[in-house]
Ligand binder design. Structure first.
Ligand code: PLP
Length: 381
């Protein structure tokens, strides 16, 4: 048996084998798979904007004759892959985050990879929450310096590490997500700001799962907590709530100029398609009232849902931790057979023995639909 087949066999034996699902169509909060229509509880389309036909039609009618309405940028931003829409989108996003500048990347993965790996030198150090996204971890692996991973949301552990190691290095960066993608819990950004000041570090927050949902400008948890100015660097994706493609880093002029010159994932990749940039601008400049309405609706559902299950959660991501891989897969199958698209999340995406069903709420889901899912899971358990 080849090395690859042996690895695949091992994954299958541990109920850890991944494959691409046969999704045929998506329509608002529903998707169809293998001929059956299901309510989608696994989407990052948190505001259900991606298949909003009315919005899409309006966008097409208005912009399809525009000179920038093309499907490829055909080059990196530093060559010819840029135009006035890119600049406009960067200005729009910088305004939402109250930062001097914004730099677009093609995906959140590429953004974190490029930002984390390029901001540090050999004599620097990174302190990262243990459950930070793979894009941050891979960025640290590419970075020329060492890194420490503090226990998830454990700021005493972070301070111990800062106390012990900070003095041995030049620059230091603390990195955390705001809303964690697999647990739906929230970092204490105020505490992180306090620690970054005390130990002379920079603070980087990934707002991927919060951008579009929380805060006055919908810029995320740092916005909600009114501490945007205290966070040095923020990243987020346009591929979740904003129902578009791409991602960005916001910071001051110095950091953005530096990234334009040093972040390889920005420099050496064809820029996003202009049509995507135009769509993102359309949502921010012309349809922000709809984005805000949808976010309000989602926030109301989040409150009702957490009240129903009586937990301490506060976000749209609700993990139901089962533990065992096989049992998690079975319960996900029961839910799918009853018309609810909910997926099992297993190691290595989450730590061993914490396999879970990951429910993500989207704006158009109703509390009754959520209650039905919870009751099916309770019965299955
Ligand atoms: N950061 C976090 C916390 C994420 O959950 C994701 C999502 O996949 C990303 C970054 C990557 O974003 P993108 O899907 O745009 O590559």
């Amino acid at each position: 048996m080849s090395f690859y087949n042996e690895e695949i066999k091992k994954l299958k034996e541990k109920d850890n084998f991944r494959y691409i699902h046969n999704i045929e169509e998506k329509n608002e909060k529903f998707l169809s798979i293998n001929g059956s229509n299901m309510l989608n509880f696994s989407s990052n389309d948190y505001l259900n904007l991606s298949t909003d036909r009315i919005l899409i039609k309006e966008f097409l009618n208005k912009y399809k004759e525009d000179n920038e309405f093309i499907f490829s940028s055909t080059s990196s931003r530093l060559l010819t892959g840029t135009s006035k829409s890119y600049k406009k989108l960067e200005e729009n996003i910088a305004k939402l985050f109250k930062k001097e500048r914004c730099l677009l990347f093609n995906t959140g993965y590429q953004c974190n990879l490029g930002v984390v790996s390029s901001l540090v030198n050999r004599d620097d150090i990174i302190f990262s929450d243990k459950l930070n996204h793979a894009s941050i971890i891979d960025g640290m692996k590419l970075a020329p310096c060492e890194f420490y991973r503090y226990k998830h949301l454990d700021y005493e552990n972070l301070e111990e590490l800062l106390e012990r190691h900070r003095k041995d290095y030049k620059k230091a960066i603390i990195i955390s997500e705001s809303v964690f993608s697999m647990d739906g819990d929230i970092a204490d950004i105020k505490k992180l700001v306090e620690l970054k000041k005390k130990y002379n570090c920079m603070l980087m927050i990934d707002e991927a799962h919060a951008f579009g949902i929380y805060g006055k400008n919908l810029a995320g948890i740092s916005d909600k907590e009114d501490i945007l100015s205290e966070v040095d660097i923020m990243t987020a994706t346009l591929g979740k709530s904003f129902a578009s493609m791409g991602a960005f880093c916001v910071s001051n002029n110095e950091i953005i100029d530096y990234l334009i010159n040093k972040a390889n994932s920005f420099i050496f990749s064809t820029a996003l398609a202009p049509i995507n940039i135009m769509w993102s601008n359309f949502l921010i400049e012309e349809k922000f009232n709809i984005v805000k309405e949808k976010s309000k609706k989602l926030n109301a559902l989040i409150n009702e849902a957490h009240n129903y299950i009586n937990d301490n959660g506060k976000t749209q991501i609700i993990p139901i931790i089962i533990g065992d891989n096989n049992k998690t897969v079975k319960i996900a199958e029961i839910l799918q057979n009853q018309g609810y698209y909910i997926l099992p999340v297993r190691p290595p995406t989450v730590p061993v023995n914490t396999s879970r069903l990951r429910l993500s709420l989207t704006a158009d889901i109703t509390i009754e639909e959520f209650k039905k899912v919870i009751n099916i899971v309770r019965e299955a358990l």
